[in-house]
Design a protein. Sequence first.
Length: 297
Amino acid sequence: MTTTQRLSRREWAAGIGSAFVLPQLAAAKDPIKVLLIDGQNNHAWAKTSPVLKQLLEDTKMFTVDVLTSPPKKGDFSTFKPEFSKYKVVVSNYNGDSWPADVNAAFEKFVKDGGGLVSYHAADNAFPEWVEFNKMIAIGGWGNRDEKAGPYYYMHDGKMVHDPKPGRAGNHGARLPFKVVVRDPKHPIMKGMPAEWMHAADELYSKLRGPGENVTVMGTAFSDVSNKGTGEDEPMLMTIPYGKGRVFHTTLGHDVEAMKCVGFIVTLQRGTEWAATGKVTQKLPTDFPTADKVSTRG
Ligand code: ZN
């Protein structure tokens, strides 16, 4: 009898537990866990990281942990990101090399199916790290030159690998510019107008790198009158790496540029895509148009 009673009590308890817990679990989807890494950058990372975190958490899809690295030339011996706890890493980092074991752990994380979002100057980082450069496809500054790989840009509607020698990384004054959607079927870009105005920002050009398997989803014309190249330059890219996915945005120099709804939506959608390979977020009604910038906040 005692055994039976214990069993039935346990069953009763389990039943009550299910009745209360299961409907809640069914209603609230598991959030996508994001690791945002900052701590060194030639940009105002302490100002932009809270904005990145807020923009992602505004969707109710993500929970974002921020990992701040030691300062420049600091002691990295305790810098051990727990990549495997996350679906996607957002990099707001442009600074000292990470220890070799951290690099190896990060490569494994993405190879095994993790996501990476490379945000603005994150593509200036790690010029010597071969696998990181494969992940981001192209980068700028950091003493990159022709040894990093060809310049990669669009000319007459076709992507060009240009091996000519020269430094990598360039931009003019921060002005609004038009982003041209080049891959309208991609889940990140789906539903966008064919062209949309981005708020005043740096328009990166002269990026170069291995460029393997990169899909350029959005370009912008780099005007020679604003220190540009006269070519259509990659702004938004995706790159497969092992089983993982990389979303690379060159946009968002500062908090002002991050108010652009085009920046916000591509960040939110790009992070979901890098984490899961899908995008479930609808295009908001305040998305910019071909001739009108749209900002929030
Ligand atoms: Zn910048």
